[in-house]
Structure formats: C-alpha cells, structure tokens
Design a protein. Structure first.
Length: 82
C-alpha cells in the first residue's frame, strides 16, 4: 500500500474523529493535540479506526509517542510495510 493512500486514509480518519470540515487541510507538521484538538480518548479512536481502515494491527502502545500527524503517518507506514 502506498504512503499516499495511507496518508489520505489517515487524514480522513483524523477529520472524522476531530470533527473537522472536509475542506480542512491536514499536514504532517500539525500537532495532534494543539492543532487538531485530539485528546487521549480521541487518539485511541483514531488508532482503532486506522487499524480497521488499513486492516493492520498497531498494538496497545502504538499511540504513546505520537505528537504530530507526521509521527502517526510514519508509524502506520512502518506497520503496513509501505
């Protein structure tokens, strides 16, 4: 699966969970908490949805070191093998 597909699907999940408008631009530099208002519960929802959308097992400790959208994209890509 290409990183473009992964990034697009992650952006869709982020917009849905953070209740952002479809036109909102997601970038790798954005801070999950400060810029997108993602708290720890929403982050768990994001991980669960990303697992379902990409059919991948990310594990319980996956979200521990996530700060930016780029961190999320990188770690998901590593798990998917893209």
């Amino acid at each position: 699966m290409s990183s473009i597909v992964i990034d697009g699907r992650i952006s869709e999940v982020l917009k849905e969970i953070a209740e952002l408008p479809e036109s909102f631009e997601i970038s790798a530099e954005q801070d999950l908490k400060a810029d997108l208002n993602i708290d720890s519960l929403k982050l768990i929802d994001i991980v669960v949805q990303v697992e379902a959308v990409l059919d991948v097992e990310l594990g319980d400790e996956f979200s521990r070191d996530l700060v930016t959208v780029g961190d999320l994209q990188r770690q998901v890509s590593e798990h998917v093998g893209a």
